[in-house]
Design a protein around this ligand. Structure first.
Ligand SMILES: [Zn+2]
Length: 390
């Protein structure tokens, strides 16, 4: 790694990063790049030609255009470099490799309960990273970095997992320094909610909203606010605890110390406890058939979720909410109930629309998103590997 000191180099890197980030979200023509970034056409041509010569970009097919001319589009070369991800879960640990388009190249997993200590787990992680890279003949010089995802709370700056509930073995583990001892690569630790939000944003699939709240529904309810493409972290990096917004001050006590937290009502576990159903998909199918009892469950869910989300909309003037996680089976009905309530109950929706959208992330998103920080840093031109091959 080296840092560039001169202003000219910094400006050059900033412009490269601006173009790479845009191209990464969707293939685009040189003319469109100039229009969107405000850079001159000649500057765009010069920089993109350099990136093509380096092997980072390629020209791909053409785009239909109304005038009949078909401009050439620029796209990222996916296998120019790779990223390694380590996804830590309460139930499993995954080691994986992605290309620069965050597409899964390989993944190995092991049950978390198999590991008797953090040392044994870190040993397995490091061995598996080496084996997987060797098996695919990927030299370390082609790896841009290692990303680790973990349940929070964690200290992403220091690379230390703090005290996530039901994750005792990893409490206070300085996992970044442990892994950096074994690999001469940039290593990043990040909260899995933040990583999923970054992955969703950089995929470009959900459009160009300015203030988007990504909501992750699983054991608990986490969220991450992305403002103008940047993660909002709060003063200590703990922002986004949507699940602990109280929707009833006299409600059920929550382990966090508060009462009536959203998590106590709107997670799958909370709904199953209250309504006693086995399979959520069956409930949704029944609601689509118009069965009253099933509809009541979805109405209840929408009512509580909306109570939490309206507070977030009002507080941050959101223009979009994206939901990821366990409620993505035939989600249109739930989303329309949710959307209606948010529109009825929020001040902001009288001024501008607030989109409520299901996540577009694929089935392996949870694991693959562990490389999101590494890839962002790579495309920001902040990881310069001096040993990289030409
Ligand atoms: Zn709580």
């Amino acid at each position: 790694m080296k840092t560039n000191g001169s202003n000219a180099n910094t400006l050059r890197n900033d412009n490269r990063a601006l173009l790479l980030h845009r191209i990464r979200r969707q293939p685009v023509s040189r003319a469109q790049l100039a229009k969107e970034t405000g850079m001159s056409k000649s500057a765009v041509t010069m920089i993109t030609n350099d990136l093509i010569a380096e092997g980072q970009l390629r020209e791909i097919g053409t785009m239909e255009s109304r005038k009949g001319r078909k401009p050439i589009l620029l796209d990222i070369v996916p296998d120019f470099r790779y990223a390694v991800g380590v996804s830590l879960h309460r139930k499993r640990i995954q080691v994986l490799i992605t290309n620069l388009k965050a597409e899964l190249v390989g993944c190995v997993e092991e049950h978390t309960e198999r590991f008797t200590s953090p040392e044994v787990a870190v040993g397995w992680i490091c061995r598996t990273i080496r084996q997987e890279l060797e098996r695919r003949r990927i030299p370390l010089s082609k790896v841009v970095g290692i990303g680790i995802s973990s349940p929070g709370p964690l200290d992403y700056r220091e690379g230390v997992i703090l005290t996530p509930p039901n994750f005792t073995m990893f409490h206070h583990l300085p996992i970044v320094s442990r892994i950096r001892d074994e690999f001469p690569l940039p290593v990043f630790l990040e909260n899995n909610a933040v990583l999923l939000a970054m992955a969703e944003y950089s995929s470009g699939a959900i459009g160009d909203y300015r203030n988007t709240l990504f909501v992750i529904m699983s054991h608990g309810i986490g969220s991450c606010l992305i403002r103008e493409g940047q993660v909002f972290r709060g003063s200590g990096g703990f922002a986004g605890e949507l699940g602990h917004i109280s929707v009833d001050p006299d409600g059920r006590p929550c382990p966090c110390g508060n009462r009536g937290c959203l998590e106590q009502y709107a997670t799958m576990a909370a709904l199953k406890e209250r309504f006693g159903f086995e399979n959520y998909a069956d409930v949704v199918d029944a609601a689509y058939r118009g069965e009253g009892a099933a509809m009541e469950i979805l109405e209840y869910q929408a009512r509580y979720l909306a109570a939490g989300l309206v507070s977030a909309v009002n507080l941050f003037d959101l223009d979009a909410i994206v939901l990821y996680g366990e409620f993505n089976y035939r989600p249109e009905l739930l989303f329309s109930l949710l959307s209606q309530r948010i529109h009825q109950q929020s001040l902001i929706t009288r001024v501008h629309p607030v989109a409520v959208l299901p996540s577009q992330l694929g089935p392996y998103a949870d694991a693959v998103s562990s490389t999101a920080v590494v890839l962002n840093q790579h495309f920001s031109q902040k990881l310069i590997n001096t040993e990289a091959p030409a």
